[in-house]
Design a protein around this ligand. Structure first.
Ligand SMILES: [Zn+2]
Length: 217
């Protein structure tokens, strides 16, 4: 397997593009479970955090519980185990001048920012969708799924514009962003994903979710 780029960055909130273009902005967050025991939930699937507030830990626990509900504890650990999520006020300014709400510059670590460098606050609601998108990158790297996805899913999914283009309109060099968006869609935009991108949907269902259909309809 070829070495896959670990550096995944995304820019959002560039005012030039006002229309929603990521699953984080479109998804139905009512599809996310509400964890009742945050500490237990995170330790069960072997996720660590740094700098996280109580509500941010809860956000993560909710996402992991959603994945566990779709699958089981063992598979949730296969998907999530070994991940560290770092929460910080501001990550840094993005080279394009846009906001940088998340990155994965260190293997097995997701960093999530609370504010853009210009002070614009990132809503917790959006953070949830962004965390899920970033987990998509994490699991693809962990289980070597980018090349498998590219080989097996010949038809590109174009559910969101971020699947193909950066916020500033440049084309992505590979389909890694498409993968992360499809992963996020499975959890919070499942019905539309199944309808518009059947092969992408089936890939996730078979390779990650033990055959269970998306619970988000
Ligand atoms: Zn991404």
């Amino acid at each position: 397997m070829k070495t896959l780029p670990l550096i995944i960055m995304l820019t959002i909130f560039n005012p030039i593009f006002a229309k929603p273009h990521m699953i984080a902005e479109l998804g139905d967050l009512s599809c996310i479970e509400k964890s009742t025991n945050v500490k237990k939930q995170l330790s069960e699937v072997n996720i660590k955090t740094t700098g996280a507030s109580r509500s941010e830990k809860k956000l993560l626990a909710n996402v992991t519980e959603t994945i566990e509900k779709l699958t089981n504890q063992q598979q949730a650990e296969t998907i999530l185990g070994g991940l560290t999520v770092n929460f910080k006020d501001v990550l840094r300014s993005h080279s394009s001048g846009g906001c940088l709400p998340a990155h994965q510059l260190v293997p097995k670590q997701i960093s999530i920012g609370r504010k853009c460098a210009n002070g614009y606050e990132i809503k917790l609601q959006l953070q949830e969708g962004i965390v899920i998108h970033e987990i998509g990158h994490f699991v693809a790297n962990k289980l070597g799924l980018y090349s498998k996805y590219t080989n097996q899913v010949s038809r590109r999914c174009r559910l969101t514009s971020y699947m193909r283009f950066t916020r500033t309109g440049r084309k992505h060099k590979n389909r890694n962003e498409e993968f992360a968006e499809v992963f996020a869609a499975y959890l919070i935009y499942g019905k539309k994903l199944k309808r518009s991108c059947k092969k992408s949907y089936e890939f996730m269902r078979k390779n990650l979710f033990l055959g269970t259909e998306s619970l988000c309809r």
